[in-house]
Design a protein around this ligand. Structure first.
Ligand code: PEP
Length: 253
């Protein structure tokens, strides 16, 4: 049984004071959770978030890291620094980083290795554009992105990390993949993992991301292949994020 994992990607929102306000609303709503819960603030709010979430079920993730341990890389943050602070997860290969910062599959693979080497758990994002979906290349593309991002890893490493399947056309648009579609594509990703890394496919957790909300979380999470959610917009609202985390209660309501 894979433990579900819901992660909030705050993107470039919430400097420390706003992060504190959101966490003050969120923490009382998340005393008991049936799934792993992660919040990923911007770098500048990590310290505040780590100190406010200490002793709660909420783990903290970063939204990016560099590939090197230190050196002349102005403006970058080493994964070791994050691990030393107590950060547990790091989002890598988000479509916004691929699109706006030119991150390639090979570079993302180097980031994944660097993150794992210092004990961070990568949340590796893959997903197709609308044009790619309409061209019928979704399966081929996400399979390739998965192989490329995880190249050279051992089955144990692959089993320990998280993939987020995020159809790019569904991110921040209010459009969601149907639960059945998301389940199918995530099944394809898991099949690719099985082909290369065997039983790691039974361990790796694969999230859906793309306009996940309280109203669709339960249906998405009911799909057998979907192990969690990477939540953007809705993670900035405490009630919405908590309702997604408590999707089972919503389902039973
Ligand atoms: C994301 O950016 O990872 C995301 C899924 O955003 P949203 O939930 O806003 O679509």
């Amino acid at each position: 049984m894979r433990k579900p994992i819901i992660a909030g990607n705050w993107k470039m929102n919430h400097a420390p004071a706003q992060a504190a306000t959101l966490l003050a609303q969120l923490i009382p709503l998340l005393h008991e959770t049936a799934c792993d819960v992660v919040v990923c603030p911007p770098f500048v709010s990590l310290s505040e978030t780590l100190s406010l979430t200490r002793g709660t079920p909420i783990a903290v993730g970063a939204q990016n890291c560099h590939i090197e341990k230190s050196g002349a890389f102005t403006g970058e943050v080493a994964p070791d620094f994050l691990a030393e602070m107590g950060v547990r997860y790091v989002i890598l290969g988000h479509s916004e980083r691929r699109e706006y910062f030119g991150e390639t599959d090979a570079f993302i693979n180097r980031k994944v290795r660097a993150a794992l080497s210092c004990g961070l758990i990568p949340i590796v994002c893959v997903g197709e554009t609308l044009a790619q979906r309409e061209d019928g290349v979704t399966a081929e593309l996400v399979s390739y992105q998965t192989r490329a991002a995880l190249a050279g890893l051992s089955p144990a490493q692959v089993g320990s990390l998280v993939i987020a399947y995020e159809p790019i056309w569904a991110i921040g648009t209010g459009m969601t993949a149907t639960a059945a579609d998301a389940n199918t594509v995530i099944g394809i990703i898991r099949g690719q993992v099985r082909k290369t890394w065997g039983d790691a496919a039974d361990m790796i957790r694969i999230q859906y991301g793309g306009s996940m909300k309280p109203g669709n979380a339960a249906e998405l999470m009911a799909q057998p292949e979907i192990d969690g959610g990477l939540v953007g917009g809705a993670s900035l609202n405490a009630d919405d994020f908590a309702a997604i985390v408590h999707y089972q209660a919503e389902r039973n309501a």
